[in-house]
Design a protein around this ligand. Structure first.
Ligand SMILES: [Fe+2]
Length: 284
């Protein structure tokens, strides 16, 4: 029986209904999900009840997952599984004043996970355990369409060019431009500004407002002007799907052809999501 696949917006995203992700999925169903992922870039599965183990088992269908580099720590009440995969909590919840999750609160600008590494994340799976009543949405941006929609003159300026991506810890919005920052003090990598998706062969724009700072071979002013023109072009409503989280949502996205951002939410409400990362390859 074919899967029930419902597009979520004209830009990207689809919901897949009728599956309980705790079940062992037949290979044919997994193949259909992967095909839908490549077509829609972001997949949402609602009303799930997933333990860490369930989420890991499902996530492994999409590739090898990022592993822990340190021994499991009892960082929170959710603990860790027997598996070597890294469980990351995205949360604003504090236990005795200490944040139990891994990322700061509040609004977060558009980015692609791990674009500052030589081999960035291919996919990310986020599962909602607690969500605020308003805000804290995740915005997804279709970077194939952003690239295809560029004026030919801009495409020609960036094809074959590279830009520096860096992760400035604790910074969820772009507060600076590049020149005065010592990027060697932060995880950083120079990536192609346009990349080819290894599965679909399509070209996608690969720069983002949060983590892309300087353009290789351009001076600061020209590079900043070029990047700002690209950011403004990309971040148009027609390329975006806004996901309003409900408890039990499992969302899978493709970091090779999408960006994501978070809208602000009240610090008085709790937000807790559990994340696994599918590892990727060198960008080309
Ligand atoms: Fe992210």
């Amino acid at each position: 029986m074919p899967l029930e696949i419902k597009p979520l917006s004209p830009a990207l995203g689809a919901e897949i209904a009728g599956l309980d992700l705790r079940d062992e999925l037949p290979a044919a169903v997994v193949a259909e999900i992967i095909e839908a992922w490549h077509e829609h870039l972001v997949l949402s599965f609602r009303n799930q009840e997933l333990t860490e183990d369930d989420q890991i088992r499902f996530a492994r269908h999409f590739g090898a997952l990022q592993k822990r580099t340190r021994p499991p720590q009892a960082i929170n009440e959710f603990g860790h599984t027997k598996y070597p995969e890294l469980t990351m909590l995205v949360s604003n919840i504090r236990d005795n004043g200490k944040l139990i999750g891994s990322l700061p609160d509040g609004e977060m600008h558009f980015h692609s996970d791990q674009c500052y590494l030589e081999k960035p994340a291919a996919g990310t799976l986020l599962y909602a355990i607690e969500v605020p009543s308003a805000g804290g949405d995740t915005l997804f941006l279709n970077m194939y369409k952003a690239y295809d929609g560029l004026p030919a003159e801009l495409q020609a300026r960036i094809d074959g060019r590279r830009a520096l991506n860096a992760y400035l810890y604790d910074s969820t919005t772009r507060a600076i431009n590049g020149a005065k920052v010592d990027f060697t003090a932060h995880p950083h990598y120079v990536q192609p500004m346009v990349r080819t998706h290894p599965a679909t062969g399509r070209k996608a724009l690969y720069v983002n407002r949060l983590m892309t700072f300087t353009v290789d071979g351009m001076d600061e002013a020209d590079g900043t002007a070029l990047l700002n023109a690209l950011f403004d072009h990309m971040e148009q409503q027609k390329f975006i799907y806004a996901h309003h989280w409900r408890v039990g949502d499992l969302v899978l996205w493709d970091n090779r052809c999408t960006l994501h951002a978070r809208t602000d939410f009240s610090g008085r409400e709790r937000r807790l999501l559990r994340r696994y990362v599918v590892m990727g390859d060198r960008v080309y």
